[in-house]
Ligand binder design. Structure first.
Ligand code: NAP
Length: 334
């Protein structure tokens, strides 16, 4: 086999934003798959905010990536050689293949993707992990009812775009919070949100009072920090807050800023609950079928922000933290 693999290994635990020196770029020959294994040519790599957390030492819902290990990432590829009867050459597969161009697998934790007419990158976004996060976070934890007001932060991103559209499908009034006019226009004009708040140019607290006069019934939080604190000031009685993520805090060099307005939970008999999408793996197929149906019916749009070039990985990852992506950020390998 004459293939050459390139990969990014974690070289150091970053302080703040990851730097180029936090990575080692390596080249190695690709070995043949052994008995029960198959070789995958990676086509698309999912870039996710959680990757920043996986680079830290310490306890989390998943072990940190070790120094010298290939950076963990979900990825989609095509089987190019196989000694595993369940995976044939030409199959498209999804798994935690990491930030590399080729991977050898024994099939554990790998799913086949039958894309049909749907473009492959959609299976890293709306029909992949971020879409599942939106679906279960909103419907299982948020429990929106028709006529209620749903607010989502990180609204123009992979998770946020899907949360807002599902909330519309469920008959809610939907307000998205995002950075900049382009993102705010997109979620209202293209995705059908009822209103958008540009947190970079507006007073979020005042804007929430304006757009949510009856209060917020469900706040789906992707960003944490000051925006979570502002949302807490405008809760309706019995509100549900879904703690999905806190991207505003991931690259901080100071301790995470917690919400100071939390007593609003008491006053409003509200609840705040964290969710991890991996707890729902048994139900991914069910959610995928329903969301694919919504997509086919034109009720759910998917947008991917695709950057080409494997070697751009260190800079492309930073787009998430600089707000330079709209929709799902995907690295196209070649
Ligand atoms: N709990 C789970 O199981 C689970 C699973 C998947 C994702 N998540 C979480 O869900 C959130 C969204 O993930 P995603 O994949 O959909 O990412 P994304 O929204 O597609 O991309 C990240 C976005 O975050 C926003 N952002 C960055 N820095 C910010 C800041 N300081 N303040 C406010 N917004 C900021 C940027 O948009 P703006 O331009 O609008 O700032 C950026 O485009 C993340 O917190 C992630 O960790 C959780």
């Amino acid at each position: 086999m004459s293939n050459v693999n390139h990969k990014f290994e974690l070289a150091a635990r970053p302080v703040g934003m990851p730097k180029r020196t936090d990575w080692n770029y390596k080249e190695e020959p690709v070995r043949d798959p052994g008995e029960g294994e198959f070789l995958v040519k990676i086509l698309y790599i999912s870039l996710d905010p959680a990757m920043r957390g996986w680079m830290n030492e310490g306890k989390s819902y998943i072990a940190p990536v070790g120094i010298g290990e290939v950076m963990r990432a979900g990825a989609l590829g095509r089987v190019t050689a196989s000694k595993n009867p369940k995976f044939a050459v030409g199959d498209h597969v999804y798994g935690a293949f990491g930030v590399q161009e080729f991977a050898i697998s024994n099939g554990a934790g790998i799913t086949k993707v039958n894309a049909g007419a749907i473009p492959l990158p959609v299976f890293l976004g709306t029909l992949g992990m971020p879409g599942m996060t939106a679906y279960f976070g909103l419907l299982d934890i948020g429990q929106p009812k028709p006529g209620q007001t749903v607010v989502v932060s990180g609204a123009a991103g992979a998770v946020g775009t899907v949360v807002g559209q599902i909330a519309k499908i469920k008959g809610c009034t939907v307000v998205g919070i995002a950075g900049g006019a382009e993102k705010c226009n997109y979620i209202v004009k293209d995705l059908g949100f009822d209103a958008a708040i540009d947190y970079k140019s507006e007073d979020v607290r005042k804007a929430l009072q304006k757009h949510c006069p009856k209060g917020i019934d469900v706040y789906f939080d992707n960003v944490g920090g000051d925006i979570l604190d502002a949302a807490l000031t405008q809760l309706a009685r019995g509100a549900r807050i879904v703690i999905c993520g806190a991207i505003s805090q991931y690259c901080n060099t100071t301790p995470i800023k917690g919400p100071s307005n939390y007593l609003s939970l008491l006053v409003n008999r509200a609840s705040m609950k964290g969710m991890v999408v991996f707890d729902y793996t048994d139900r991914y197929a069910e959610a995928g079928r329903e969301m694919a149906g919504w997509m086919a019916a034109g009720k759910l749009k998917s947008r991917e922000h695709i950057v080409e070039g494997f070697e751009t990985f260190p800079d492309t990852l930073l787009k998430l933290f600089k707000g330079e992506n709209i929709g799902k950020l995907v690295l196209k390998v070649a």
